[in-house]
Ligand binder design. Sequence first.
Ligand code: G3P
Length: 204
Amino acid sequence: MKIFLDTADINEIKSLCKTGLIDGVTTNPSLILKSGKDFLDTIDKICKIIDGPVSAEVTQVDFDKMLKEAKILSSISEKVAVKVPLTEQGLNVCYELSKKNIMVNVTLCFSSSQAILVAKAGAKFISPFWGRLDDISQNGQILISEIIQIYKNYNFKTEVLVASIRNPQQVVESAKLGSDIVTIPTKVFNQLYKHPLTDSGLEI
Ligand code: G3P
């Protein structure tokens, strides 16, 4: 299973990429806003640091505008996976870009029926949101497991990129289910190292 970092913080990305444990980065407009940096410049900088896919999300919702924005984002680097929302317009953009071999990450997936359409539209990645489903008392884990099963049944090539990860246990469960990728915030990545018995075993 690949591990992506779910952050737009250049310093965090720089230092964690040195570990050799990070396979890609996902960003979204709110993460970049939080960093206080310029959007396109941030994506460009991240692409220069990481040797793997970098998801950059469109902000437009109409087909023409979204496609135009997507082309600007994908022109930054071949590493850019254009992130589009799971709407009818988003899937139309996904289909257009995928035909041109541009990587697309379809985001905000909350149902298996949506996931079927994403694979049919030729997306490189689908991002089902585990944490946000759990937040509203639904079951994110069931969604991930259904998508993996459906994609296996039909040998769909779209990679399952589990997003909205809140804790290390969701990372482990994603791995047990056979997810292709998890994207995790830096805080959760650092928690993956931790075990109290490891710490106490070091005490003299
Ligand atoms: O990359 C988007 C996704 O991971 C968001 O997570 O915690 O805002 O639901 P969260």
